[in-house]
Design a protein. Structure first.
Lengths: 240, 240
């Protein structure tokens, strides 16, 4: 049986003007290859509704999976969620579950959840949320399209979160442990825990709050007890 | 008058598998922006005839200029020239002028011009050759499509050779205003400024320094006074 196929849609004027050099395409290409999904086409389009919507429709119809990057932030040029909803004729508005995630994230950071930031809770009806361990605002999955952030650190975390569900293996358990230490401080003990748990996928995603570094450590694996034991091992070294 | 538009087609399995990291897209994006040609879409496709031919037809019809990279070497998977010819229904064979260039190049290097290398002289009837100062084998221009090599050094030489013959628009004026506030905080006023200046392209790009969020806001437009006025409007709300 042939491998499943995939396409990527990179959204953003800054890539096409040369201001920003895309890093997500290469990351996704490597990640998909590793798990046997065949990345067959990539398109890069501008922040123009018709361009985004028609690319989504074309790619979604032609390939098994579609991955987008970019355009899900709080500013006026972040139009991806609405364009993807339009591509599928889905209703979109601020969704309570996404809003709750933002409320909880901003409560811990002391930043105001204003109207602009609330736009990041605009999620099409029926879409499944994608966790964002870096900055709260979730991505989402609708039909066969995975909508993810353009900031490479967040894109990579979202890719790590969605790919395991595409391999057809046992659904992976995921836990995030938040440590108020920089990655350089936790790297030693975390490396040991990773070595002790070779069947787990353990990722670390740095953040900064009030000028202090922290790390969200994401543990993934098929065995819940093993995942929980690894989280507990880290919590013993760095209690919250 | 709006600037001319362009699209790029990157051809190659090695980009999509992650084996090679594309460098040509960013180079072309910067080069076109500099001369006022608006790169509006990029596609990356596999070494599959139908994929290449249909992408050429779609992009050639939709944009003023198309630039391709990759697939014009001597091996069996170098099928770009034949696919581009097919896209325009043009006859293609080893052309005497291209063959003479290869003969002359290989005579100076002492390398044999064998059957495989001779494939690089396959050029559609009526196409104009693009000089290759690096390794001899020419690219070509047919209709509005510029067919160039994938090796970055050669691609860049070919871009340098063809761009002067293209009429660009007015290079866009670009100003970046750095605000030491997160995107979520500036999004409201910035959205209003974008609405007030529909002819400008205004993008916001987040950054973090010393644990604090900031945003680089990029204003682009043909009219310098209008660009400056929009920057001033944002500076009034968020003085530096």
């Amino acid at each position: 049986m042939p491998n499943p196929t995939a396409a990527m849609l990179v959204i953003g004027d800054e890539i096409l003007s040369g201001r920003t050099r895309d890093a997500n395409m290469h990351h996704l290409a490597c990640a998909l290859t590793e798990i046997g999904i065949d990345l067959s086409e990539v398109r890069v389009v501008k922040d123009i509704p018709a361009a985004i919507t028609s690319a989504i429709q074309a790619l979604s119809g032609a390939y098994d999976h579609v991955f987008t990057s970019g355009g899900i932030g709080p500013t006026h040029d972040d139009i991806t969620a609405d364009c993807v909803a339009a591509a599928f004729g889905a209703h979109i508005d601020i969704r309570p579950d996404a809003r709750a995630i933002l409320e909880s994230y901003y409560a811990t950071t002391g930043i105001e959840l204003n109207a602009a930031r609330l736009r990041m809770a605009r999620i099409p009806d029926g879409a499944e949320l994608i966790e964002n361990p870096v900055s709260g605002a979730p991505g989402f999955i609708i039909e066969n399209v995975h909508v993810m952030a353009g900031v490479p650190k967040i894109f990579q975390a979202m890719v790590a979160s969605v790919l395991p569900s595409l391999t057809g293996g046992a659904p992976l358990i995921s836990r995030t442990y938040r440590v108020h230490r920089g990655e350089g401080e936790i790297a030693g003990p975390l490396g040991q825990i990773a070595e002790d748990n070779p069947t787990l996928s353990i990722g670390s995603y740095p953040f900064q709050v009030d000028g202090k570094f922290g790390s969200n450590v994401v543990f993934r694996g098929a065995d819940e007890a093993e995942v929980d034991a690894a989280v507990a091992a880290l919590a013993q070294v760095f209690p919250q």
